[in-house]
Design a protein around this ligand. Sequence first.
Ligand code: ADP
Ligand code: GN1
Ligand code: MG
Length: 365
Amino acid sequence: MEQKMLEIARRFALPQGKLRIEPYGNGHINDTYRVTVEGDAGEAGRFILQRVNQYVFKRPQEVIENIERVTAYLRDILRETGGDPARETLTLVRTTDGAASTLDDAGELWRMYLFIEDTISRDLPDTPALFELSGEAFGRFQRQMEGFPVASLHETIPDFHNTPERYRQLEDAIARDEAGRLAGVAAEVAFCRAREADTHVLTDALRAGEIPLRVTHNDTKLNNVLLDAKTGRGVCVIDLDTVMPGLAAYDFGDSIRFGANTAEEDERDLSKVELSLEMFEAFTRGYLRGAGGALTQREIELLPWGAKLMTLECGMRFLADHLNGDKYFKVHREGHNLDRARTQFALVERMERRWNEMEDIVRRA
Ligand code: ADP
Ligand code: GN1
Ligand code: MG
């Protein structure tokens, strides 16, 4: 394994020196490593090496093409606005042949990025102030992508946040019961079935022309934004694999799902799950500030629905994966996806109880 990793890393145009490679980060999808180059005069650079998950991304080459376009576009904007292109967006490192990725013997695709130094990536928000700054970064991303030619993007995962379709996929998984786990999840299935009508709210609003389709990030959890280690400011939005046409409510909602939950995504003690209204308010403030007037009145009104539906949808995806035998999300223990599904449903239930307060906060912001 070690030898293979070194061989892959060496295909990229790195500085001279010895390589150290270690697993890195807590993503659920790709295999991520940090590569450190030790030159004669000390450390000569650090990089992120990733194997793109081909079960999740059926056409990984299209993921790379999207990322090349999106990062090139962001680099131009950053240059025009006096930003720092090497730090405020991802930079793909080319192979020595000038390619943006490379295939290993098994046909798996690998890519490399510059490691963005002096930043932190959090799995839980420490404070409302930090969460607000992450909201600002995701809102800013939304605004920066406003003029991007949507039609040039591949849909790397079809129907990624099509919540009614995710509901259908769950029903499919229930009908197949591939891993023989259905008997253990009756309560969770009933919870989703009772909310089938809700799954349509955002897609109906889109179809009715009430809200616009935009270029969105679609995976806005807290560890997908790097914050400045000194100031906490959101430096760089990362994990661009799912940048696709979508709704503002998806990006807002997915952040709330993860960061305004008082418990971790896989907490087993559901009494710890609560919607922190303080976090909700902080993120809303940051996100709207970052988006800087890019959102319409109706989009803003529907933000609480984004929070509820992204949480319900994510729970349905974890539950479906549990039923399918844990093929999609990485799991680290028995029943891990079911634990994750349960926290999401608990959070949906807490949101339903605090719905009026969520709407008030968004109205005030
Ligand atoms: P996944 O799709 O599996 O979530 P990510 O692209 O989000 O993979 O990477 C996993 C983690 O690695 C991130 O949460 C972040 O902590 C870290 N990371 C990724 N890219 C960089 C980078 N260019 N610089 C610094 N840290 C990074
Ligand atoms: C995955 O890749 P990562 O860990 O940032 C998933 C998201 C889920 C999230 C749940 C491509 O995100 O959609 O919301 O796990 N990404 C993909 O934690 O499916
Ligand atoms: Mg990630």
